[in-house]
Ligand binder design. Structure first.
Ligand SMILES: [Ca+2]
Ligand SMILES: [Ca+2]
Ligand SMILES: [Ca+2]
Length: 312
């Protein structure tokens, strides 16, 4: 007896579909081992496609408009065996992507900018994991901070035939030696804008060109300020002790928590995120020094973040 679904759809048609593009790989590259939709990476109105070639340690983004490669990401071992789109993780409104590269002692899963293929976040494998990056997925915003999260599988978690594990990971958060302090003020949504970091650890021992500060839960499509200060006890330029109530600046009850030494201007996206690049130079002499951050969002109410201390 036919099922209801079969009655509704009729007999299944079998054929080759209508080929829009064929992406041919290099010899012995295993091109096509993994494929994923990405959204429109180059803002030409056509969605683009990610194709893994793990035998070559590559993942390539192909234009949906022309079928030509937009850029190629490379890694070692089986890099490209798993690929996925993540949505926009760094706040530039261009969707980003994740590539798994298991197969060595240093298994990796890496997120990259869809705008230019720059490394956004290098997810380290959990201790003792095996095959981390064998599977990857964009899972939407699990943590509710406006920044999409990812899932990574490590099917042989222990050496041999372990039970396996899958991890859901946020590409932004607070790396080691980074801590939040003080309270912010809510914006018109009723939520206090959040300040976190992206791009990994802010190590001055080796430098990190991908490090950035991320404001989220902010009013969409507005201006934001990010303050970088060298002190959280005194506003250095004025000698005034911190915190300072910002009532004179139209923000009654909202505290300035960090010295205003450097100011970075940015815009928030339609998702209420501002992602401010903060490349960390390799200057080992700075190791152990603290820098402090606080963000302000131009909203009809206070809308300032708490403070964030980063020990370099
Ligand atoms: Ca496109
Ligand atoms: Ca992006
Ligand atoms: Ca999230």
């Amino acid at each position: 007896m036919a099922t209801l679904a079969a009655l509704a759809l009729g007999p299944a048609a079998r054929g080759q579909g209508y080929a829009l593009w064929t992406f041919n790989g290099a010899p012995a590259s295993s091109t096509g081992w993994a494929v994923a939709g990405l959204g429109d990476m180059n803002a030409d109105g056509f969605d683009d496609v990610l194709v893994g070639a793990p035998q070559a340690g590559q993942a390539r983004v192909f234009s949906g408009a022309t079928g030509l490669p937009l850029f190629t990401l490379t890694g070692v071992a089986e890099f490209g065996v798993a690929v996925a789109g993540t949505g926009d993780a760094d706040g530039d409104d261009i969707p980003d992507l994740i590539v798994g590269g298991p197969g060595t002692a240093a298994d990796v899963a890496r997120t990259f900018s869809g705008a230019n293929g720059a490394l956004l976040f290098d997810l380290a494998a959990p201790s003792g994991s095996g095959d981390f990056g064998r599977s990857v997925a964009g899972v939407g915003d699990v943590s509710g901070d406006g920044v999409p999260d990812v899932a990574v599988g490590a099917p042989r978690f222990a050496i041999g035939s372990g039970p396996g594990v899958a991890r859901v990971v946020s590409p932004v958060g607070l790396p080691p030696r980074t801590s939040a302090f003080g309270a912010g003020c809510p914006g018109s949504s009723g939520e206090v804008p959040r300040i976190t970091t992206g791009g990994g650890n802010p190590s001055v021992l080796v430098g990190n060109p991908n490090f950035r500060l991320v404001l989220s839960k902010a009013l969409p499509n507005t201006i934001s300020h990010l303050v970088l200060g060298v002190s959280d006890t005194v506003w250095v330029a004025t000698g005034i002790p911190l915190p300072i109530d910002l009532a004179p600046f139209g923000l009654p009850g909202c505290p300035l928590l960090v010295s205003i030494d450097f100011l970075f201007l940015d815009a928030t996206t339609a998702d209420g995120i501002a992602s401010v690049p903060m490349p960390v130079p390799a200057v080992p002499a700075l190791a152990g020094a603290s820098v402090y951050f606080q963000g302000r969002v131009f909203d009809s109410t206070g809308a300032i973040t708490g403070g964030l201390e980063v020990v370099l």
